[in-house]
Design a protein around this ligand. Sequence first.
Ligand code: CP
Length: 304
Amino acid sequence: MRSLIDIKELSLEELDGLIATALDIIDNPQKYSEKCKGKKLATLFFEPSTRTRLSFEAAMYELGGNVLGFSEASSSSSAKGESVADTAKMISCYADIIAMRHPKEGAPLVASMNATIPVVNAGDGGHNHPTQTLADLLTIKRKKGRFENLTIGLCGDLKFGRTVHSLIAAMSRYKGIKFVLISPEELRIPSYVKTDVLDKNGIEYVETKDLCTAMPELDILYMTRIQKERFFNEEDYLRLKDSYILDLPKLDNAKKDLCIMHPLPRVNEISVKVDSDPRACYFEQALNGKYMRMALILMLLGIN
Ligand code: CP
């Protein structure tokens, strides 16, 4: 029995396998429509979500399975004080696989240590979001055709941005990767990501506050939201929230084949006018998340 808590738990061969399955699902959806017949996915979301929860649910339905769960902590017995460990033990009696999002870093790991079914980390606080990274990887594969020799700009909240932390961990295993880390001083990438991931893998990176200067060299621009829910005081959030707003003039100096990504939800950081630019990939990225979650469910349930 295997869970997915951190993207690094998947080998490069396994990532290739998941991408191959997702591409086959896109081409042959009918072949997969009953693969999970009789299986149940539990979505335990202690924190808000649109894409992750609903794409997990759509994924299970499109595999012929069923879904149960809750979308806010207040409607579960955690509101009465039940622990994550006990919740995981209980849900193991009712479902075959769990997708859990929680505001506390490490909560899905605790769940996986107590469940008797696979647990997928659907985002834990400011820590990790491995299935977003699966969506990101399929998007990069489909748009760029490779994972090597890419300059990737990560822009916005790099401190609390769990999608950024997981993507750096995944892409640092490929050759010729350079990161341009674009953020305000206060929202720089955590030092543990620099030492344990970037430095350890000998990855080239620069830190800057300036998106426009970085733009011309980027193959991928990964925008992120300044996350109000991660701030301890509103004053800091208000000061930083509009640090970066990507609009069409800022793309004048960008490569013609730039891939603009965003895990979404967006607030102000990408102008809606960018949506119709052929370089905008973020809605496709969200769709890719469903296919990769289908592939992951099949893998963790041991279904071929
Ligand atoms: N990208 C992402 O995790 O979106 P949601 O918060 O809507 O699930």
